[in-house]
Design a protein around this ligand. Sequence first.
Ligand code: 5GP
Ligand code: ZN
Length: 115
Amino acid sequence: MKNDNCIFCKIASGEIPSVTLHEDEDFRVILDVGPASKGHALILPKDHYANIYELPEEMTAKAYVLAKKIAARLTDALNCDGFNILQNNGEPAGQTVFHFHIHLIPRYQNDNVGL
Ligand code: 5GP
Ligand code: ZN
């Protein structure tokens, strides 16, 4: 299901263009517009789920398997030294877009990224 007022629904469906690293039936992986580090990417399900609690179990499993694959690909491509794979639920936790997404944040020695 899509949500008409949701920017990530529009990006995931392709209605709004994005720099896409990967697309399949269920997900689109894009570059974050305000990257915490070089290569910061986001995994978006094509259907609208506000947070991890709304995401069905099967999709949760698929999303994290994909996260692992894309992180490995980015590590090869960028030669980064580490990786944060993280996900925010609710405003107090730092969520600003209420369409489930996983952050893939490449880390580099002494990069001073404050998470
Ligand atoms: P959150 O704070 O909800 O966990 O993460 C939202 C992320 O989405 C932020 O890192 C922000 O930079 C990114 N973002 C917000 N709007 C857009 C957009 O229109 N395009 C892209 N590519 N990233 C976005
Ligand atoms: Zn949405």
